[in-house]
Ligand binder design. Structure first.
Ligand SMILES: C[S@@+](CC[C@H](N)C(=O)[O-])C[C@H]1O[C@@H](n2cnc3c(N)ncnc32)[C@H](O)[C@@H]1O
Length: 266
């Protein structure tokens, strides 16, 4: 039976690659690498570096394919994502059939953790559901951008007994900050949603922001949203201009009377 390994490689630092991932990397015959037409070739290079660093010998092949273009400005966001996923699915199905022998092991290196804002699992499920090709799947968890953000700011993700909402910049723009969400992690935010909060929303709100976490370009800023929002917008724009792309994540946390001592716990 063919096998497909979905290996979480962590969100930037090659040292985020776990022992389990290294074991999996060493089982792989063929890596399927999606090459983007855009700036993020840096991220493809990091995947190659991870293979060279952690795999003993040269028993594997890399098959690089152009990632299907995705219409990021489409008004019908969900439909655009759906079309792109189907296109990727067709591509991967063909690669699994053509590039893997009957007992071959293929792998996709997934940025961060495959369970968090990543479409790989959904696409692979759809290929299996179509039933045209049989293969086993193994998922290797990875260190997510959220874990990296908290570690670098030395903060716990949750406060004692409290919930945490993980959402996207698009949703914050559209639905505003949920009034009762004490802590909100925002990902996939191309438009600095934190800078567009009303004075009322921003009042008493701290931000812990990180870009290129775990990489030599890492930038961290923390403080009251009202005080550091402009600074984050400025350094973000400069970094984006310099590198051609940016990935950033942040936690919004409402200050409480208890202060920092209230963080963590269960
Ligand atoms: C498609 S999601 C993938 C998330 C990934 N699966 C994970 O576990 O972190 C991409 C988003 O993750 C966040 N992200 C990923 N890597 C990051 C990094 N090194 N620094 C900051 N944010 C990052 C950004 O919010 C980015 O827009």
């Amino acid at each position: 039976m063919r096998r497909l390994l979905l290996i979480g490689i962590g969100a930037g630092d090659p040292e985020y690659v776990t022992q389990q991932a290294i074991r999996a990397l060493n089982e792989v015959d063929v890596f399927f690498v999606m090459e983007k037409s855009e700036e993020k070739d840096d991220l493809v290079a990091l995947r190659r570096e991870i293979c060279e660093r952690f795999i003993d010998g040269q028993s594997y092949r890399m098959v690089a394919v152009r990632d299907p273009e995705r219409d990021r400005d489409a008004a019908a966001y969900a439909a655009a994502v759906d079309a792109w996923r189907r296109e990727r699915g067709r591509l991967w199905e063909r690669l699994i059939a053509d590039e893997l022998g009957e007992d071959g092991v293929g792998a996709i290196l997934v940025w961060g953790d495959p369970a968090l804002y990543d479409s790989t699992l959904a696409i692979v499920d759809a290929i299996r559901a179509a039933g045209r090709i049989a293969f086993d799947v193994e998922v290797i968890p990875g260190i997510s951008a959220i874990a990296a953000l908290c570690a670098r700011h030395q903060i716990a993700l949750n406060r004692v007994g409290e919930a945490v909402l993980v959402t996207t910049g698009r949703r914050i723009h559209r639905e505003r900050l949920p009034p009762n969400a004490p802590d909100v992690v925002v990902m996939l935010d191309a438009h600095c949603a934190f800078a567009h909060l009303s004075d009322e929303e921003a009042d008493g709100l701290d931000i812990y922001w990180g870009a290129y976490l775990g990489t030599p370009d890492e930038i961290l800023v923390a403080g009251p949203v009202a005080d550091v929002s402009d600074e984050i917008e400025r350094v973000r724009a400069q970094a984006r201009e310099r590198k051609g792309w940016i990935m950033d994540t942040y936690l919004l946390r409402r200050r409480t009377a208890e202060g920092v001592g209230a963080q963590g716990g269960n």
